[in-house]
Design a protein around this ligand. Structure first.
Ligand code: SF4
Length: 72
């Protein structure tokens, strides 16, 4: 997860849709926070991780973040 925002697209399967009213505080994890969280999951034995963002997050940023996350 990179960004956490209420999203006007309101996809039925997604908890970030603003219609549900579940997002009380919006924010965005920086690269180091994302990498730290991913490392924690890896250390606990997780085998794959899905990075999710809202539609507001730049595809270029997520591509760069995936590259950084893969480095040991
Ligand atoms: S964040 Fe993505 S999946 Fe969720 S409501 Fe918005 S567009 Fe749909």
């Amino acid at each position: 997860m990179g960004s956490y925002r209420a999203c006007p697209m309101n996809c039925r399967y997604c908890s970030l849709g603003e219609s549900w009213g579940l997002v009380k505080k919006e924010g965005e994890f920086n690269d180091q926070e994302v990498i730290r969280i991913a490392q924690k999951y890896v250390e606990e034995g997780i085998r794959w991780i899905v990075l999710r963002t809202t539609q507001f997050y730049s595809p270029e940023k997520i591509i760069a973040l995936v590259g950084k996350s893969k480095k040991p």
